[in-house]
Structure formats: C-alpha cells, structure tokens
Design a protein around this ligand. Sequence first.
Ligand SMILES: [Zn+2]
Length: 86
Amino acid sequence: MMFEGTLSQGLNIGGGGGTTKEIKLRLRESGSSASFLSYDFILGTMLHELVHNVHGPHNATFYALLDKINDVSSSTPILDSLDIRC
Ligand SMILES: [Zn+2]
C-alpha cells in the first residue's frame, strides 16, 4: 500500500515516487500483543515501501526494482552481520 489510509502491512505516506514523507510498518498481527510478525515479513514490507519512494505505482518498473532489491537482500544476511539480540 502506498497511499494514506489504514495500515494493513505497510504504508507510504506522501504518495511515493520521490515524495515519501513517512513509512509505517506493521510489527504485530492486528489485535495481537503476544508476538511480532516474522523478520522476513517485516523486511519484505519495508523493502516494498522503500521501492515506492522511487516508483509510486505498482507497475513493471516498480516490480523490477523490488525484485532486484529482494535478490540483494536474500543474498546478504543482514542479521548475521549484526550483533542483535532480543
Ligand atoms: Zn505497494
């Protein structure tokens, strides 16, 4: 989702295409305070919303960039290089 409205998974406020003002991400299932959504789900949503910052609409150019970023993300284990513990 890229335009203002209710937060389903992620939200790009400002319309995208270089005009993003804020990105919001859902961290938990709606109505659940017991656990977080998976890291991969949240990362995938964040990458999707970041691509909207470059390409507003869901079109071929948008998905080409998202595929490229997902390929890099999946081949670069970010958490393995950080010392993060919950
Ligand atoms: Zn979208």
